[in-house]
Structure formats: structure tokens, C-alpha cells
Design a protein around this ligand. Sequence first.
Ligand SMILES: Nc1ncnc2c1ncn2[C@@H]1O[C@H](COP(=O)(O)OP(=O)(O)OP(=O)(O)O)[C@@H](O)[C@H]1O
Ligand SMILES: [Mg+2]
Length: 290
Amino acid sequence: MEAGRIVTENILELRNVTTVFGSGVMENVANKDINLQLAAEPARIISIVGESGSGKTTVARTLLGLQHPTYGEALWRGKDIAKLGKHERSQYRKEVQAVFQDPYGIFNPFYKINHVFDMILSRFKLANGKNEQREKVEASLQAVGLRPADVLGRYPHQLSGGERQRVMLARAHLIRPKVIIADEAISMLDVAIRATVMNILLDFRDNDGISTLFITHDLSAAHYLGGDIMVMRKGEVVETGNVDDVLHNPQHAYTQLLLSSLPNPDPDERWQTDISQLAELERAAGVSDR
Ligand SMILES: Nc1ncnc2c1ncn2[C@@H]1O[C@H](COP(=O)(O)OP(=O)(O)OP(=O)(O)O)[C@@H](O)[C@H]1O
Ligand SMILES: [Mg+2]
């Protein structure tokens, strides 16, 4: 995707991935000949947009090793994800983290929020001793704008949806992955919290070298995050490239259609208005100084 740059090793790559569900009349080609490359460095953001059923989640699940392609290859650092040995698999799990739409489903309601972090600390052996553990957890909570004292002793249901989403981002941050795969991670959040989460992902990119694969229905979110965009339709990638180029000069009729379905067909106008409003809301809420 980035011509002219010396390509470092790809952390994740899809090579001609085709994924078929069912057979016969029930056959459904969820992904068709998908190619994607994410270099280990520098960190960047790739958004995947497209209508419902276009195959975005299938791409995410394939990169997370939850779905194996029917044809083609899904690679982590050049190795087939389906064939990783035990040690490699645990390294891959550390480097590629998921953040989903509704984090409530993966919190255990009977455990306090601390538990989320304790599990990660022991599983990935991230710190030596209680003090270092506490410091690291607090730093990750602060990185997502949460006050440790407000969050740690509470149960999942005692947090708002936006707070739970940020706890999941703090959890991901604690692991210091190379890539976060965020599938509709902001869809359920209100506008101000959406901006907060997107700013967190931009900070992760700039401060921690963490890339994000960001799946969304929202073209304005893809535009705000910058980087690259992949437009999917019916299992295929119809257009890909720098998000500014693609959205300002869409080549494919489907991308043009997606853009024209926005309330205001002039992307800049709508986005700038929205985003300055978002920034204002955020400042008012004291959650960002952007
Ligand atoms: N496990 C499965 N078994 C059968 N069909 C599936 C399975 N997972 C996905 N599909 C089908 O594959 C296609 C792509 O689904 P996918 O979830 O990747 O779309 P999506 O772009 O994420 O959609 P949305 O925006 O609604 O989340 C759909 O037609 C879906 O019904
Ligand atoms: Mg989906």
C-alpha cells in the first residue's frame, strides 16, 4: 500500500484470502481474494469500511486466527497463523489484540475490574512484583483517560459503556501489542466518547507504536483516523489507498455511493464541522486537550 517506502517485515498479511461458508446453494463467499499488508513499523491505522455483510468481520477474525481461510494464507510475521507452534502462538497472541464492539460480553460480572488486568499480568508475565504490576496497570488506565482509583475496585456493571470500552483499550495497552484489531469498537458509543476512543488509538500509534485495524461503518471515523482505507463490498476489496485520496477522489462507484449516502456529500464540510464539535464536546467534558 505504501509504494516507495522500504518495506519492513509484515506483522500481518493476507495473501489472496478467500473464505467460503456453507456449500451448494447455501455457499457464501464471505471474503474473496483479499490482500492486505501491515508492516511491523511504522505504526499506522488501516480502516475497513463497507456495508453490512461485506466481509469485514471475517477479515478481522482471520487476522485474529479465529477463522482460517478456505484458500490463500493469513500470515503473522511471515508465518501461517494456522500453523504456529506453541511459543510462536503465544507471541502472536501478545502482538495481535482484539477490541470488540460490546466489551460487556467478555467481562466476568462476578469479578472486579482488577481481575481483567490480573489475568493479563500473569498470562503474559508483564511485571515483577506487586508494585510494578500496579504501576503498569495505572499507567495503562491513565493512557486511556481513566482514573485508576475510579475504576479498579468496581464491578463491570458499575461502569458506563464508554468506560468499559476504555478498560478494554487499557487492557490492550498493558500488553503493548503491535496491532489492535478493533471491530466496530465505537459503534455503540455516543459521539463524544467515540472521539475519545479514536484519540486514544491515535495516541497509541504515536506514543506506543501500536497499529490499529479499524473496522467501521462510519466513513467520517475512518477519515478522522487518517492512514489507509480499504473499501469492501460483497466479500471483495473494491478500493484501497490513503484515506484522504480515496475519500476525496473515489475511483470505484461503490465508494462514490457510500460517500453520497452521507448527509452532506462534501466530505470536508461535514467532517470538519463534526470533528470540531467533537473536540469541543471533549474539551467541555475535560477528557481531551486536542
Ligand atoms: N460463521 C459463519 N457461517 C456462515 N456464514 C457466515 C459466518 N460468518 C459470516 N458469515 C457470512 O459471511 C458474510 C460476511 O460476514 P461478515 O460478518 O464478515 O460481514 P461484516 O462486513 O462484518 O458485516 P457487519 O457490518 O454486519 O458486521 C455474511 O454474508 C455472513 O452472513
Ligand atoms: Mg461485522
